[in-house]
Design a protein around this ligand. Sequence first.
Ligand code: 5GP
Length: 157
Amino acid sequence: LRRAGPAPPPQAGEGCWVLPVARFLLLVRQGGMPVDARAPYDPDNVFARIPRGEIPSRRVYEDAHAVAFEDINPVAPHHVLVIPRGAYVSWDDFSARATDAEIAGFVRAVGAVARAAGLVEPGYRLLANIGPDGGQEVPHLHVHILAGRPLGPMLAR
Ligand code: 5GP
């Protein structure tokens, strides 16, 4: 059904290319291309290749469900990434499709990695970026463990 009369006023950013382009440029400037958290899994993404030993990494932990290794570009004195062994693009994908055993195994692995590094007493931060607004760069679920200094506010204002 089409109504006669003047078109409604445009909402902020509606029908305008500036906002999407600005968001894309911001992500590129931050160092990575945006990941669609709902995209099909790419079996050749970098975090699929690290557990297979096709790309070198400084591995700090592995078990049946998870692998942990140092981030190549650390933003804190202690910056480790923990990934599930299964093929999951993002937290969204993992929480929707993974088995209870995979989820329990992964969560326990994250805790074990932090405990083994002695991070519980001084404290640490967990971070998982999901999709373009989350700033996700690699299309395989990963949790950042950040520690080694007071990490300040959760997000820059
Ligand atoms: P995201 O922005 O997706 O949450 O974080 C991706 C992280 O992966 C970044 O902190 C980046 O430094 C790290 N990274 C990207 N490529 C590699 C790599 O080949 N090896 C390792 N160890 N880390 C990587």
